[in-house]
Design a protein around this ligand. Sequence first.
Ligand code: FES
Length: 159
Amino acid sequence: MAESANSRRDFLRVSVLGFGAATLAPTLSASEASTQKVLFGGYAKASVGSLKELQAKGELDFFYPDANSLCKAVFVDGEAKAFSVICTHKGCPTVYDQGTAVFTCGCHFTKYDAKKNGQMIIGHATGGLPQVRLEIEGDALYATGVDGLIFGRIANTIG
Ligand code: FES
């Protein structure tokens, strides 16, 4: 009986120590935390590329808000815009056509209009493509957030 009580006590001691270590492990020091800038909604400000390059090529691929989310910046009607390329119907990747400024999903042929901020123009989806908010500083393009939920997520910042 005494052995059982000791085992239970040992188990609790190890559990408390383990929980405490796990809780403290990801904590950032004050200097690390002050160098990371978190924007509204938990988004980070991330580089997309060069505005001049986007103007010359018409489109630039990038990942945002994390490496699991492919996005595309497009230059349409004299303006830089960016969208998640993942179709909001069932999550297939869309393909962008610069001539029409339309994203088309090859799975069930939903089309989204980049000129109208990713609005769905025909197909099975019930909403537009999530639009990435962009900031321009000189020639540098930055992503600063996403309007609309990326397919398959319960929150955009949880990849
Ligand atoms: S997954 Fe894109 S239209 Fe169905």
